[in-house]
Design a protein around this ligand. Structure first.
Ligand code: SF4
Length: 470
């Protein structure tokens, strides 16, 4: 006898619906009725049993009960007073995120840098447009690599193309589905009209000048723009915290380094993919509330049910509200223990619906969102110098530290010839005093660019200057 949960993939904010079947092991079943993905899943989605690795509550590495872990966390947070920060990039229900916001008033970090953007762009970045509008677009301009980063959008793009849409890719590599390929340094070659649609993305390591640049390109040409996001329910996290004062990830890292933040409480977000290890090691208390094992070494792990067993709602890139099929509310219980209160699921659920402006959850209808315009934006995107750089093309596997088969770099034939690289061989990549030796693939990539969907431990953000040799 198995338990079957109708749920949403936590791999990114695309919002793919699926079933998780639980016997002795977990298995994934396709849910064809899911409006976001019509049953299809990317390779991360089909690998979900790996993501949901079991986790136990611990205190300094020793097993304890959930209750005791939550109480100890509450004690340490209280003792830390003004030196505690709260981090959540989404990855959990709207109801938990609303409760989290109440306890995180003193220092809330959603992992992204809204501080660097004009307030009037907040809604445009937070909520995207329905995928059906992507399929109906006449000209689509991609500032992402859909195959690598948001694979389920590819079928929407192909559908638009089959109806006559032109696709322009503004990327470091020629993309097979694009009719026109423009390099990110050459956006002056881009022709945008009111019939165009820009697809960009927004995440903790976004280059904010580049985000401003795409907003400005859209503003100046009257082009529609939509942002995709890498964490499940990032849209919910941003909408629900739109009036909250938020700190950026850079600020959080800075404050930990300075010693003004000594305790970090992370809700369903693995700090080790966001914060450098040398910074994390400066914390007195790292407390992680989670539903699955994470690599970060925490002083306290408060382990409760995984996402597929939770009760509550998520919001995807389109703004579509999606209900999870579980009944677990231990996450709310823990958050209540932290703050010395009792959170009521139904009350929070009603508040979530009110914040979105709906009376019932229906995944087949995208709620109507206000899409206010925004003012003129000055952007100064930095052009890449003519030196080799390693570009980390993040994807669901990268964010969640899961082993993947992306352990290679892509580079073009000019670079291969210049370095006299041997077919089937490797190249050495040096940065920040570290050297890694990696396999390579020849691809139609811009000169001096190495693209990878993996992390090699030598990166400084998304774009890292490197030295390369045979
Ligand atoms: S990682 Fe994203 S695109 Fe892939 S199955 Fe999950 S939600 Fe869908």
């Amino acid at each position: 006898m198995s338990d079957v949960y109708s749920t949403i993939c936590p791999g990114c904010n695309f919002g793919c619906g699926l079933y998780i079947r639980k016997n002795a092991d977990l298995a994934v079943d396709f849910r064809k009725s899911s409006p976001a993905n019509a049953g299809k899943l990317c390779r991360f989605g089909v690998s979900l049993p790996r993501f949901f690795a079991p986790v136990k509550s611990t205190l300094d590495g020793k097993k304890i009960t959930l209750d005791n872990a939550a109480k100890e966390a509450a004690k340490r947070i209280l003792a830390s007073k003004d030196s505690v920060a709260f981090l959540s990039s989404g990855n959990t229900t709207c109801e938990e995120l609303l409760a989290f916001q109440k306890i995180a008033e003193s220092y809330l970090c959603t992992g992204v840098n809204f501080e660097a953007l004009p307030k009037d762009t907040y809604q445009t970045i937070s909520v995207g447009i329905p995928y059906s509008e992507i399929e109906a677009a006449k000209h689509i301009v991609l500032f992402i690599d859909p195959y690598e980063q948001y694979p389920l959008i590819v079928r929407r793009l192909l559908s638009a193309k089959s109806k006559g849409a032109k696709i322009t890719a503004v990327w470091w590599k020629d993309l097979p589905l694009a009719d026109e390929n423009i390099r990110p340094n050459d956006t002056s070659k881009l022709t945008l009209t009111k019939d165009s649609l820009i697809i960009a993305d927004f995440h903790p390591f976004s280059d904010m000048e580049q985000v401003k640049n795409v907003l400005s390109l859209a503003k100046n040409s009257g082009t529609k723009i939509t942002f995709l996001k890498p964490f499940a329910n990032s849209t919910g996290a941003y909408i629900l915290s739109k009036d909250a004062k938020q700190k950026s990830l850079a600020q959080l890292v800075d404050d930990i380094n300075k010693g003004t933040i000594k305790t970090l409480f992370a809700l369903e977000s693995d700090p080790s993919v966001l914060i450098p290890p040398e910074t994390l090691s400066k914390l007195t208390n790292l407390i992680i509330q989670t539903g699955q094992a994470v690599p970060a070494k925490a002083n306290i792990v408060i382990a409760h049910e995984p996402l597929y067993k939770k009760k509550g709602t998520l919001i995807n890139n389109e703004g579509r509200m999606q209900a999870l099929g579980g009944s677990g509310i231990n996450g709310l219980y823990v958050l209540g223990t932290i703050v010395g209160a009792k959170f009521d699921f139904n009350e929070l659920h009603e508040s979530v619906k009110k914040a979105i402006g709906i009376t019932e959850i229906n995944e087949f209808t995208v709620p109507k969102y206000e899409r206010p315009g925004y003012g003129a934006i000055q952007a100064a995107p930095k052009a890449l110098e003519a030196k080799p750089v390693l570009i980390d093309v993040y994807n669901p596997f990268t964010w969640f530290n899961l082993a993947d088969d992306n352990d290679f770099v892509e580079l073009n034939l000019n670079t291969v010839r210049a370095l006299k690289l041997l077919k089937g061989g490797t190249l050495k990549i040096k940065s920040n005093g570290n050297v890694v030796e990696k396999r390579f693939k020849v691809a139609p990539v811009q000169d001096n660019i190495l693209l990878t969907g993996n992390r090699f431990g030598i990166e400084k953000g998304i774009i890292t200057p490197v030295e390369i040799s045979r």
